[in-house]
Design a protein around this ligand. Structure first.
Ligand code: PFF
Length: 453
């Protein structure tokens, strides 16, 4: 593929770089940490089915819309919305959408970084042999002791935030892209090996049954909201991250094809994580609904028991940390791009400010797992509150507005030209989904949750 024809090579490498960056943003803790534990908390199969349906009819069309808005405007989300609003002669209030995205990104990063810190801490635990021959209760105690220590959590949260800020300041995209290029496929391989281990437990089919046999009696309206919110979260939608990446996308790349590839890869990683984890849960008499600690309480059991598990444990947590890092840079980028482009900050200063504020907010999440664990607002800890506010409310609202803007405000002439679908029916289908189906689905789920429906 790599030829000396600079134009062809340039195009190929740009498309490839975009796919890597966007997949890097999408695949992260959401797939491997969050998907399994929220599936466990929401009863399994029916939840998974709703999540998959949301990815298909809401996530994919909105991902195409968000990429398109970025590419058309070639700007950061706040400016993008200003420019596109002018182009469409629409009300200037749309730029608040960009604002909400910047704020949502920093709020998500504040807790994302804390959990990514756990993944990094577990590299060291794997390295020092903490999992070797440890049984389920020893692994549970290891996790409980770890999260009860604010000092340790702050240490790893700080380290992860510094790594994120360093990469965003340096713009060492090349280095990171290289890393992603090898680590992403390696992560796939490891996930398959974990699935192979799960097959050797005598609870493999129980795990599959839990994941893929829908029992709709277990589904509450809040589960449906969580599944929908997760479709946005896992695809990095509704807050401008994909818009920023779309703005770097060359004009001749097919948005629809790349979006399908990214969403497909993202979904496969999540399902593999589920298939690997639930058999281990059942084989060790653990509870599927044990919450955010689920992967930290299950996978180390597998690493401790399998041959070569010491090395696999180290590699797994390294890859999970890198996958988190490629997502975290996309969470902070809209804020940094805006501070640099509109407020005249240097990149360093922009990173220090946005990173500093996020780090401080993250302390709320750190303490919600230990010293402030009894502090609840609306029956939720600070971590749960931030997660609910961002994933279940802000991202779907952002996505809803993006769908309305792309479907109703932007001229069809512009959207059709920008999307440039291989077949005409493709555009019609997208238009139908983005103008009616996706916004209506988001709207009805909200109505249902507040009890109107
Ligand atoms: N998609 C990321 C994950 O699944 O881990 C999280 C994320 C990144 C959410 C970027 C939102 C975002 F804008």
């Amino acid at each position: 593929m790599i030829d000396t024809n600079t134009t062809a090579h340039g195009k190929w490498s740009s498309r490839y770089a975009y796919i890597l960056a966007a997949t890097g943003s999408a695949v992260g803790l959401g797939n491997i940490w969050k998907f399994p534990y929220i599936t466990g908390e929401n009863g399994g199969g029916a939840f998974v089915l709703v999540y998959l349906a949301c990815v298909l009819v809401i996530g994919i069309p909105i991902m195409m819309a968000e990429t398109m808005l970025g590419r058309r405007s070639q700007r950061n989300p706040i400016e993008a919305m200003e420019i596109l609003t002018k182009e469409a002669n629409a009300d200037s209030h749309w730029h608040y959408l960009g604002w909400m995205g910047v704020i949502a990104g920093l709020l998500i990063l504040s807790y994302y970084s804390v959990v990514a810190g756990w993944a990094s801490a577990y590299i060291l635990k794997a390295f020092t042999g903490s999992f070797v021959d440890a049984d389920a209760s020893a692994i549970k105690t290891l996790y409980a002791d770890f999260i009860s220590s604010p000092i340790q959590l702050i240490f790893w949260h700080t380290l992860f935030m510094l790594a994120t800020m360093y990469i965003v300041v340096k713009g060492v995209k090349n280095g990171l892209e290289k890393a992603v290029q090898y680590l992403m496929p390696a992560l796939f391989v490891l996930m398959f090996l974990l699935v192979a281990y799960a097959m050797t437990t005598n609870s493999y089919f129980q795990g599959l049954h839990f994941l893929f046999t829908p029992d709709f009696s277990k589904l509450t309206s809040n589960s449906v909201l969580t599944a929908m919110g997760h479709a946005f979260f896992t695809l990095s939608l509704g807050m401008g991250a994909i818009m920023v990446y779309g703005s770097y996308l060359p004009k001749d790349v097919s948005i629809s094809k790349t979006v399908f590839m990214i969403a497909g890869a993202d979904t496969i990683v999540a399902l593999l994580a589920g298939i690997a984890i639930f058999p281990i849960v059942f084989a060790n008499n653990l509870h599927p609904s044990s919450g955010p600690g689920l992967i930290f309480e299950t996978l180390p059991i597998a690493f401790g028991a399998m041959t070569g598990g010491w090395l696999m444990g180290i590699l797994f947590f390294i890859m999970l940390s890198v996958a988190a890092l490629t997502s975290s840079i996309s969470l902070i980028e809209p804020a940094v791009a805006w501070l640099v482009e509109n407020r005249g900050f240097t990149r360093e200063k922009a990173c220090i400010w946005s990173g500093g504020v996020t780090w401080l907010l993250g302390l709320g999440t750190v303490f919600s797992f230990n010293v402030w664990s009894d502090f609840k607002v609306f029956d939720r800890s600070i971590f749960q509150l931030l997660d609910y506010l961002t994933a279940n409310l802000m991202l779907p609202i952002g996505g809803f507005c993006i769908a309305i803007f792309a479907g109703w405000i932007m001229s069809p002439k512009h959207s059709e030209a920008e999307l440039d679908m291989p077949i005409a029916q493709g555009y019609q289908a997208w238009k139908l989904l983005v103008s009616y189906v996706a916004p209506a689905a988001v709207f009805f789920v909200f109505l249902h949750v507040i009890g109107v429906l």
